[in-house]
Design a protein around this ligand. Structure first.
Ligand code: ZN
Length: 258
């Protein structure tokens, strides 16, 4: 069984003690493609390095709403430059993670500017986007309706919100399922999994965060995708192998690896 982790952060300092060992182990374990996503200028650079070191690791470039500094416009220009200089490597698969996060107090006008500007960059290079959205369902949807994203994209660690999923599917986006679909307090997880057609589901860990049940609270890694696969397989009435295969193919499609 081969598995595609559509979103993780292997640059994270929680992996400093054994990053190389762990990545090699995961590959041997069947996690044969991983997108180690950027979220800040620094994170984008680090993940790009990782993707160049490992043939099975890919990356994204972008500034997340939680990483917007005072001079965020400069950072976004730098992201644009990184993409233009590295596009031919085939390792930068999307612009992201970008989006809205209203959980913290970051200025919403600044978030809007940064999100919108980075959608322009994605369109300029014909890349899809990876969206981070938290407590901002309506604004996320309305921006995506207002601004076309040519190559569409992915709702990473998609919030288990019926309205968001419905609109995201209508807009042609993929829904990436992470640890929270296994959490005992995620009451509508089953319903959301049912709502998303098989051809639009992706799986991810968001490692080192969001470890699924039964390892919730530990440092996450891509091997734990088996729990996400089991949960989706159960709801969809398919085998684990089938879910792994379908989600692998979907990730290759949206990230244009095929
Ligand atoms: Zn992430």
């Amino acid at each position: 069984m081969e598995i595609f982790d559509a979103h993780a952060h292997y640059d994270d300092s929680h992996f400093d003690d054994e990053r190389d060992k762990l990545l090699q182990e995961m590959y041997n374990d069947g996690i044969t493609k991983i997108v180690s996503a950027g979220y800040s200028l620094e994170g984008t650079k680090k993940n790009l390095e990782l993707s160049k070191k490992y043939s099975f690791v890919y990356t994204t470039a972008g500034i997340s709403p939680n990483d917007l500094k005072d001079d965020f416009e400069k950072d976004i220009e730098a992201i644009d430059k990184i993409i233009s200089e590295n596009l031919s490597s085939g390792k930068i698969l999307a612009v992201g993670e970008i989006g809205f996060d209203y959980h913290y107090d970051t200025d919403r006008k600044i978030q809007y500017k940064a999100f919108s500007k980075q959608i322009d960059i994605a369109n300029k290079y014909s890349l899809p986007i990876v969206i981070h959205t938290r407590d901002a369902v309506m604004d996320t949807i309305s921006l995506l309706k207002e601004k076309e994203v040519t190559m569409r994209g992915i709702f990473h660690c998609c919030p288990l919100n019926r309205e968001l999923v419905k609109e995201a599917l209508k807009l042609g986006f993929y829904i990436s399922m992470a640890g929270p679909i296994t959490f005992k307090n995620s009451k509508n997880a089953d319903e959301i999994i049912q709502m998303v057609p098989l051809e639009r589901i992706l799986i991810e860990t968001d490692s080192p965060y969001l470890a699924p049940e039964p390892v919730r609270g530990t440092r996450n890694n891509s091997k734990n995708l088996k729990y996400i696969i089991e949960k989706i397989a159960k709801i969809k009435g398919l085998s684990n192998e089938e879910i792994a295969k379908i989600t692998y193919k979907n990730a290759e499609t949206i990230y244009r690896l095929k």
